[in-house]
Ligand binder design. Sequence first.
Ligand code: GDP
Length: 240
Amino acid sequence: MVGHRATETQRRREREKKRRAIHAISPFLPLSFSVALWLCGSVAIHPVKIISAKFIAAAQSPESFLKDRRPEIVFMGRSNVGKSSLINSLLGIKGLARTSSTPGRTQSINFFLINDEFYFVDLPGYGYAKTSKENRRAWGKLIEKYLAERQQLVLSILIVDARHEPSPLDLQMKSWLQHSGIPYLVVSTKVDKLSSNEKRKSRERAEQILETDRVIPYSSLTGEGAKHIWNEIRASITKQ
Ligand code: GDP
């Protein structure tokens, strides 16, 4: 314990020494270099620094999918699961993907260009009970076409609500991704609403039902899990 405290003090002294050294030379550095130093610090915490995020297109048919070849990360889950909140909170931008209280309304695939480098692709939510048969069929066709043919798709993020059992539809989506050889991970969101014991049980249940060990607990309120998800995104883009 004493040893632990000693190393903590040493580390604190080291940090203070570095801070003073940067402070001492900073008046002689050009502003851009000082900003770069600060940015390096931020990047160390956040594996992908968000410089820009733009809404590019809403595709309602396969003909309007983008012709661009940049890598795509797709987000999917049942209506109201917290998909828009996940996208917005990962990017640190409120209101980019719409958070809506009328699920099942958007039937388009939305493309957001991030850092001019890769896309976040927002699929319309599935499983909304009040959607007509016709709507459901159109949804199925659009999604199937996207997932089956998109060569630039490098990662699928399947979102489930940590408070509820994943549904048969969630399992169907996950199995479909797995059999199609599309890399995926499961994000179990809204964990801020659970105690740590409930959180552990919820994760075990999701892993068991979805037959996977790729479940990341997440909260769009606290940002818990964000670093893990960004690491996965970064890895999938660089692997490409
Ligand atoms: P979408 O329909 O899947 O895009 O879901 P939304 O992002 O619109 O979220 C649905 C509701 O869940 C909204 O009221 C959000 O504020 C809420 N929500 C989403 N994510 C979280 C979360 O991580 N924690 C909490 N406490 N609420 C969340």
